[in-house]
Design a protein around this ligand. Sequence first.
Ligand SMILES: Cc1cc2nc3c(=O)[nH]c(=O)nc-3n(C[C@H](O)[C@H](O)[C@H](O)COP(=O)(O)O)c2cc1C
Length: 168
Amino acid sequence: MLRVINSRQSVRAWTEKKVAVSIIRRILEAGMNAPSAGNEQAWQFVVVTEKELLERIAAVHPGGDYVGKAPCAILVCGDTRLEEYKGMWVEDCSAAIENMLLAMHALKLGGVWTGIYPQADRIKSFTSLLKLPKSVVPLALVPFGYPAEPLKKRPSRYKKTRVHFNSW
Ligand SMILES: Cc1cc2nc3c(=O)[nH]c(=O)nc-3n(C[C@H](O)[C@H](O)[C@H](O)COP(=O)(O)O)c2cc1C
């Protein structure tokens, strides 16, 4: 578990190999097993596998050209109808995203968290492109697939200056 957590990296280039539906399901399951406020699970997931749609997303998503080359992407959204603790869908969805990124890495896939919320223009583009209902707010898009290149080793980011025991 710690090896997976400490070696995960964002991946933005993939082979053309498709991701099997059974694998996508395992990734979504990892996402939905994340903690959430009072176990509210205020999330929804839109899985995008159609090439043409991925290319249309790439055209509107700032800095996201590589999305058009991904075999798959998951749009993670908060659902305010499911919310029990106001505004905490953001944390719920963030925990789900990290779980999914770790599951991808454990399954030898790779993905990247691309931010949408709280940028109004990005929220608007995704809402209209993917026909999201009013109560559903897109938080992030995670394009993923099989990494085109092996991951490069990077040093740990542990910084003891960021740790404060008992008081500041
Ligand atoms: C909230 C959030 C928003 C991000 N948005 C983007 C993005 O729009 N485009 C992108 O390429 N990467 C994005 N990233 C990925 C970060 O750039 C990446 O996680 C960071 O550089 C650390 O690299 P690593 O994931 O390889 O450890 C985002 C990450 C987070 C947590």
